[in-house]
Design a protein around this ligand. Sequence first.
Ligand code: FPP
Ligand code: ZN
Length: 426
Amino acid sequence: MTKYNDDKAWRQKFTENEYWMTSEDEPDDPTTEEQVKVEIGVQKTYQKFLRDKKELKVQRGKHIAYLLDGIRHLDSYFDSLDASRPWLVYWIVHSLDLLGELDKHPDIIHDAVVFLSKCQNSTGGFGGGPGQLSHLAPTYAAVNALAICGTQEAYEMIDRKGLHSFLMSMRDPIHGGFVMHHGGENDVRGCYCALNAASLAGVLTPELTAGIPEFIARCQTYEGGMGGFPGNEAHGGYTFCALAAFLLSSPASHQLLNVPALTDWAVARQTPYEGGFNGRTNKLVDACYSFWMGGVFPLLHAMEYGWRFDAFWNQEKPAYNKSTKEEKGSDDMDSLYLFHQKNLQLYILICSQDDVRGGFRDKPGKGRDFYHTCYTLSGLSVSQHNPDGTTSVVGPNENLMEPTHPIHNVRPIKATRMKNFFSEIK
Ligand SMILES: CC(C)=CCC/C(C)=C/CC/C(C)=C/COP(=O)(O)OP(=O)(O)O
Ligand SMILES: [Zn+2]
């Protein structure tokens, strides 16, 4: 399939209906059939965008309204997320923070901290809601959300001693790594959730990281990507968790991983027709992989060239690059990471963005939700902020998101403030 790298060819492709297969053609297997349906949906979406002469614009006001509404009120069908309430807080406050909006709402920040404090257990760690058992996933979400809230009240609310002992109790002495909760499953999400929370809260001790790089290295598969557990299929979500946890536990032992094979696999996750990422071989594009996969590239870059992010990302304001061009049709945007940053931004702005109601969706035909809004905006931010501190923005410069820390997925300034707070009171 042709890769439409330059904007002229991209416009021509979607203006001139040159699609290579129609819905009347009969693909001979269900996987191809699903893929063809997605490509047709994506083609129609790009064509409509061009026909309607719409602007390549992040609809900030609509996204902010959607998020501000969601943090205060959720409809009854959200009951299925009753064990993921700290996640809802994280998805929403991080989205607002990437849009530069959160710190204008001290009332929301205070109420979020009070709510999260009700999810913290006396034995350490956070549950999926008040009174629920401690679990690594909501613990990750709660600590990240508290870092984003960024107030003294938020920091002081964390029972760090209890957190450390809860995290230690999640270590799996038989297989290595961490289980997600007492008696629960073990996969690399556990390593990432535990070490990320420990790092932000300033309780990342050698007992927590011992053996973790070796366990993670065993998750690398014959394809090059990382599975959730040794022997499992390579997958974008687990690959992000594995790499981020690897860097948290051992910034210097990269020889344990086959980085070239991992890079090849990661590069192959960007879908040539749609422009977004999928999460595994022969699967469909999904905007949440804009972060799970897009976020892998800064981590690979850090492994290859050393950790240089904190230096320029800890600035209060993002590093606006004087040379950034408003990308309205020019073909001269460089990709400084090893993925096509412009095509990802086009997929996000045109196929994933709900430009009528606000929020972002997985793909055309699906509904918006807070999870996809968070990870699409996070992926948009990654694809706009280059490793050298410059920016590559599709559309007007107002489309630029705040930067996000590629390990913690909170704004770098928020991660640093929390870490500094705890290092001072140690
Ligand atoms: C911090 C934390 C807990 C991170 C979780 C990371 C993670 C595992 C993300 C994957 C989420 C996702 C879209 C799963 C779908 O799998 P699927 O098999 O339905 O979708 P596919 O067809 O795209 O593979
Ligand atoms: Zn998704």
